[in-house]
Write a protein that binds this ligand. Sequence first.
Ligand code: ADP
Ligand code: MG
Length: 284
Amino acid sequence: MAEPRLAVPSATLAAGALADAQPRALLELVRAHKRYESPGEVVHAVRDVTLSLGAREFVALFGPSGSGKTTLLLLAAGLLRADGGSVYFQGRDLSTLSRRAALAYRRTQLGFVFQSFNLAAGLSAEENVAIPLLLRGVEHRAAHRRARAALAEVGLERRLSHTPERLSGGEQQRVAIARALVGEPRLVLADEATGNLDSETGDAVLALLGSLPRSRGAAVILVTHDQRAAGYADRLLTIRDGRLVPEPAALDTTVAQKNHHPRAPGHRYPGGAAASTQPRTPPR
Ligand code: ADP
Ligand code: MG
């Protein structure tokens, strides 16, 4: 990786933010606005979005293609800067963070599952998942042990040495999920994280994501088109044309109720691995 090693102690951001007064929410967007400008065109991708996410809350975010879902997650991640309004993490305005502090935020507090996975080509699944830990200075063997455990949690203990080119789309997606979770982030932002999974694997991944608030005290925003996600979510949000709209997501309540067993571990991946919430050390 070209990025420099993290030079700030991991605890710096959290300690600083906690000193700022007791925050009500883990993440807050206050009238956040983002526009993309290109010659002859301005797209208002996120318009005046106000949203507050509790520390152990699971929110499912629905919306048609092009409605601003990815942009909203990128704002929350500090990967894009709002050009109106504010985004706060633990009460701290992300736009006031130095580059270094913003990097520390992403590396220590955040797990991001990119819609297009963003895996490093040529590196094995295990190496891809170990990267966030290595960047934080975790010792090589410990980082790889945790990477293997994270991959086992998404049912990929038999794909450790496969490079992305030798993995299916669904498997790549699960590597991306393992990489987002391996560092035990406080906030998980997952962009259509079950979009490439068959229904059985999708269920297991939803159960895993749904277990995070209780098992790890994490908050989750899952962007999805999958109505089954509603069964795991504390709250459903819908975005249209860049605005959060009050209408509930088009909900198939039968599916939602049937699945309303949030945070129950033990889902099985096809092939037999259980979606445990306990890190396990798989055989190499
Ligand atoms: P979603 O994830 O809901 O599909 P996005 O947040 O990706 O939506 O995009 C919201 C709107 O912003 C879309 O109209 C999209 O075309 C536009 N958009 C996204 N990224 C860019 C960009 N980098 N430059 C210009 N327009 C963009
Ligand atoms: Mg998107």
